[in-house]
Design a protein around this ligand. Structure first.
Ligand code: NAD
Length: 474
């Protein structure tokens, strides 16, 4: 049984229930975690509260130095962390290595950002009085992460929170907690006790306990809209700060003047990488009617060329879905979509025989804007393609969505590209590319995709409160 990490050391949970962790590629049991409840969360929050007074008083330079040490330590353990991540999530080892490197880069960015926080100018706004703006840490932050990029999402949360001087109780997804526990182990001798705590368990139990705990001053969640709403409800009773990075259903708008091969390559990566289990995944493809047939042919061939299989084998491009339950969910979306006679399955549309929760890269055409497959987040290797006839129609179709995390437009026409950058209502708009994120740039959505930004200096600001101090000198 795994142990939880509280106050700088591993401890047995008081939980009476546990959950077996399964490798989604082999269906083998690889670990067992306690399903923590109020009691464990209480201890973790108490440790974080105690640690806050000294951690919050450290200088930015001290926090920066420690974040750099964590980044170095994680980099030294790249292979073992990538293996944990690959076996727990089912992602190809190469992708898992990329995730660990992205975590390292992210922490190094936040180490630098810790030293750059700014307030507005200070000055005399009343005679005989000087005012100044201070940015204070919020306090104890509850961080709740999803299963698709477990370590990387933990970095997106921990990096800015610690940089700003907060202490953290992290609850990883109940499906993929192993890299967060390894991270705790790797940082145990670097961070003062209580600065980072890790509890395992279900969202509705450990997660909800964290969200409602009065000693937690801010709750930051990356996950589904359903979980985001639940956390916001719990947090509202205590009026605590809430930061939500939720689902996505990214539209990809391709004009006749775009380089079609580049667009197809972009979708091959952005639609199917991580088995499509990505909030920015290229999901809804809208293509100008002159290129529609050509795109269908090229995209179907590209999807069929993706190497699906054992995540530990060199050359594998796509692994399984994360769980049996999720496999059934994804397959259910495709079955319901194809039950309409006009819907064509141009690639995939079925699971792979044998062990593991594998589903083939799937391309669907003949769908309508009102179909469930267009309106709901599938979170699997499934893309849909629809034609459009004009710029206005493309804009309307792309913006017609409850999610608003990211989108891309593919065109050689600069004026059109700029018009779409302005009018697409999404947190990120890419032009002639899709999927790329960088530590320096903010990531977050509009509408049901949540509020608050991860990454960038904006993330550090999210984890601070602004204080006005006024000093009378006359
Ligand atoms: P999920 O909502 O099921 O779970 C996410 C986390 O929230 C888990 O740790 C879970 O235990 C917890 N949780 C669930 N219900 C909760 C509750 N009532 N109270 C407190 N915590 C609760 O999501 P998932 O299936 O792990 O991840 C997939 C979702 O995450 C997708 O919708 C995806 O788009 C989204 N996602 C968004 C981003 C982003 O940056 N916007 C990044 C990655 C994933």
């Amino acid at each position: 049984m795994e142990r939880i990490f509280v106050n700088g050391q591993f401890a047995d949970s008081t939980a009476e229930k546990s959950k077996v962790i399964v490798n989604p590629a082999t269906e083998e049991e690889i670990a067992e975690i306690p399903l923590c409840g109020e009691k464990d969360v209480e201890q973790a929050v108490a440790a974080a509260r105690k640690a806050f007074f000294s951690w919050g008083a450290t200088t930015p330079a001290e926090r920066s130095a420690l974040l750099l040490k964590i980044a170095d330590r994680v980099e030294q353990h790249l292979e073992s962390l990538a293996l944990i991540e690959s076996q727990n999530v089912g992602k190809p080892l190469e992708v898992a290595r990329f995730d660990v490197c992205a975590f390292v880069d992210n922490l190094r960015f936040f180490a630098g950002a810790a030293r750059t926080l700014q307030g507005l100018s200070c000055g005399e706004y009343m005679e005989g009085h000087t005012s100044m703006i201070r940015r204070e840490p919020v306090g104890v932050v509850g961080s709740i992460t999803p299963w698709n990029y477990p370590l990387l999402m933990a970095g997106w949360k921990i990096g800015p929170a610690l940089a700003a001087g907060n202490t953290v109780v992290l609850k990883p997804s109940e499906l993929t907690p192993l890299s967060a526990l390894k991270l705790a182990e790797l940082t145990a001798d670097l961070l003062p006790p209580g600065v980072l705590n890790v509890v395992t368990g279900l969202g509705e139990e450990a997660g909800a306990a964290l969200a409602r705990h009065p000693g937690v001053h801010m709750i930051s969640l990356t996950g589904s809209v359903r979980a985001g709403k639940a956390v916001a409800r719990e947090a509202s009773a205590a009026l605590k700060k809430v930061h939500l990075e939720l689902g996505g259903k990214a539209p990809v708008v391709i004009f006749d003047d775009a380089d079609l091969d580049e667009a197809v390559n972009g979708i091959r990566l952005a639609g199917f990488s991580n088995s499509g289990q990505d909030c920015t995944a290229a999901a809804r493809i809208y293509v100008e009617k002159g290129s529609y047939e050509a795109l269908l042919d090229k995209l179907a061939a590209a999807a069929q060329s993706i190497v699906v299989g054992d995540p530990l084998t060199e050359g594998t491009e796509m692994g399984p879905l994360v769980s049996q339950e999720h496999l059934e969910r994804v397959a259910g979306f495709v079955e319901r979509a194809r039950s309409k006679p006009q819907v064509q399955v141009l690639a995939g549309g079925e699971r792979l025989e044998g062990r593991g929760f594998f589903y083939k890269p799937t391309v669907l055409a003949g769908v309508s804007q009102s179909d469930e497959i267009i309106r709901e987040e599938v979170f699997g290797p499934v893309v849909t393609v629809m034609p459009f006839a004009s710029e206005d129609e493309a804009m309307e179709l792309a913006n017609d969505c409850q999610y608003a995390l990211s989108t891309s437009v593919w065109t050689q026409n600069t004026s059109r590209a700029m018009k779409f950058v302005k009018q697409l209502q999404y947190g990120t708009v890419w032009v002639n590319t899709h999927f790329l994120l960088t530590s320096e740039m903010p990531h977050g959505g509009f509408k049901n995709s949540g509020y608050g930004k991860d990454q960038s200096i904006y993330a550090v600001e999210e984890y601070t409160e602004i204080k006005h101090a006024m000093i009378r000198f006359a």
